[in-house]
Design a protein around this ligand. Sequence first.
Ligand code: UN1
Length: 500
Amino acid sequence: MAKHFQNFIAGEWVAPAGGDYFENRNPADTDDLIGLFPLSGRADLERAVASAKQGFERWRRTPAPARGDVIRRAGDLLVARKDEIARLMTREMGKPLQETRGDVQEGIDTAYYAASEGRRLFGHTVPSELRDKWAMSYRRPIGIAGIITPFNFPLAIPTWKIFPALLCGNAVIFKPAEDVPHTATVFVEILLEAGLPPDVIQLLHGRGEDIGAAIVEHPEIPLISFTGSTATGSRVGETCGRMHKRLSLEMGGKNAQIVLPDADLDLALDGVLWGAFGTTGQRCTATSRLLLHEDIHDQFLDRLLARTRELRLGNGLDPDTDVGPLINEAALEKVTGYIEVARQEGDEILCGGARATGGALDRGYFFQPTILDGVRPGSRLACEEVFGPVLSVIRFKDLDEAIRINNEVAYGLSSSIYTKDVRAAFRAINELDNGITYVNAPTIGAEAHLPFGGVKQTGNGHREGGWEVYDFYSETKVAYIDYSGKLQRAQIDTYGAAQG
Ligand code: UN1
């Protein structure tokens, strides 16, 4: 009998009001049932909002350094349980253990950065234009933050959002992706063990179209942070625009690795293998386009093909596995659909192109690492996010053309260039339209203490990580203190002229 997991609402682990649950199965072995998780609805959300409002009133008054201490303890608990969490994460979403350990590490890094921010949260103090008057800005909490997260980084992405939201003094309602509810449950247990007041965090499991949409639409949740598909992000954006909510969106990518002829080709090869097929291509930063200079195109592809064929697919708990499964049946259908599109568009399938089967693979959602050559700029495989192990190869003649091809897609998350030429590298940094550019490193691998996000259709101008995310989760307040004892009129009694 599978275990029933619960929501965390108003300080207790509780069953959903409607009494319905969904199954959480291992994508590498669908016979493996991890547990049953609540399908939440509006009644659950109403209870969570009422409790979070109370939590917010207390938490907003807790000094920021004390809020930081709770987050530091959460970081310590993540350190102590790193291996255990990595294992349960691999079991529920498939990526190999070294990657899920990295995912937990990203959460630890984010915790310690957030904890230290509790002793900064800088405002500005600036001179007033009037005498005996003081002017300054500082940061205030906003209210309840609705946090909606994807499956591909089951711990890291929730920590990117929840730690800064809490550090800034907000309460949180957390809705994790349906594919990874177990990691989310353990994360909330850790927050509570670290000493977070129980009404400051509420965990609601369920479907995006039900409980996710209800959170976005709730008038008492003024702050929404969403990472997921562009289509869903557009709907979230419409609602938040209509309701004047503060919204951070992190959506798709179509990230390119550019290889110039002078590059260290061994390094470029290692980079594209990791960027394209790490996490089974299911990162918004995944390398999904490889732009090869015509002089090295053929030899580079030959070597890439040989290395790709050596990749071992399997259960991520097996230390020999390089590439795990896709997340679910719908992902398998989506990626398979794109191979059909590639065929219709006349792309050449150099390897892969189908579900991976045989032995234990038959029980999971495995897909062969796939390389498509001759992909034309402007075609669907050159422009659309696949979110799977599918790499589109495009040939170019010079750096100008490579930059143009990189920039002509709707997305703008990350890009990468391999070259030894410092002039080419700096031109790329300046001219590639992306939030992040890597030089001699793959398109994946952002560090937790730098701003993360993309331009154009990837986001809506906000950044996660680093120092910038604290602006999103707090409101600027400005205070003027006039101790002159008389009426001083800004812009009129300039520089205290009235006083002589
Ligand atoms: C994502 O793909 O949604 O830069 C996040 C990286 C990771 C985070 C990826 N640190 O690849």
